[in-house]
Unconditional design. Sequence first.
Length: 337
Amino acid sequence: MDQTLCRTEEYKEIISTINPCAYLFGKRILCTGGTGFLFRYFLEFLFWLNRQYHLEMSFLVTCRKNSIKIPDDKTYGSDVTWLECDLANIVLDPQSHVDIIIHAASPANKNELLKTDAYGVIHPNVIATQHLLEIARLARAQFLYISSGEVYPKMLEPIAEDAVLKSHPGRNYYGICKRMGELICEHYITACSLNVQIVRPFSIFGPGESRNSGRYFVEFISRIASHQPIELQSDGSQIRSHCYVSDFVTALLHILLYGESTAYNVGNDDSILSIKACAERINSLGAGLGVICHKPTDGNLLEDCYIPDTTKLRMLGWHPVVGIDDCIIRLLRSYKE
């Protein structure tokens, strides 16, 4: 496989894994969170798919007022309508039928944001989730809620979906809010027989993420692209999985097409490395200037383990195709461009 695939080639790679055209034909989809790097990749794939295969889909995509410059029709086509609105106050035309609602809007998991705008995390994940689920109930639409692996406690083994039921307040405030959104989804599943899938992403990486995101993988790639050595502020013993965004997209498609009304972990448990080993791998593949570790490794590599058990997702027919080396090479290429 060519390890420097352009975006269109990645899209073709996706549909060679799963072809959703028949399922999505003619669908009207309401999407929130379309301006974040992760879900923007998924949306742009859907836009491309719609044009390439003439699927007659239409999209309603929300964004916060004054948050972005609204693209014109030439950018994405007249089948995409951008809605500047408060998510908890979306009002759709009664004649405007919606088939699928994908709710991905949420601030990033950043400590400084949680300290200054905690309500900004509650609003999209709790209040807006309930409002959007009510729209789905009235339209009998399928509902996909993008939650987070942060709903789980810290564990020493791969995390299965039922681990969230253990008595634990969540990894942090962000995880607690995501879990609250999940509980509302679960209510609509049981009380309203609504078709709802919950997605819990683990460590997804891909092109388009800001170099200032604060995530270690992006920081390491950015330093290689800037011809600087990689620096670790810890011993790097934390264990993480590493999933490329195109594998995340194929996972979403499998869940949309074949998933039951339950929660699914999404991550690549075939690509597991400690953060230090990841830094060394990125440095090697990127011909970097070395890895500087400011704290020696204490040998306890299981002290912080955050990897998913994807058995449930794999039972739908999903499997990752982009390994850790391929993921690194693709991101190095995108950041150098």
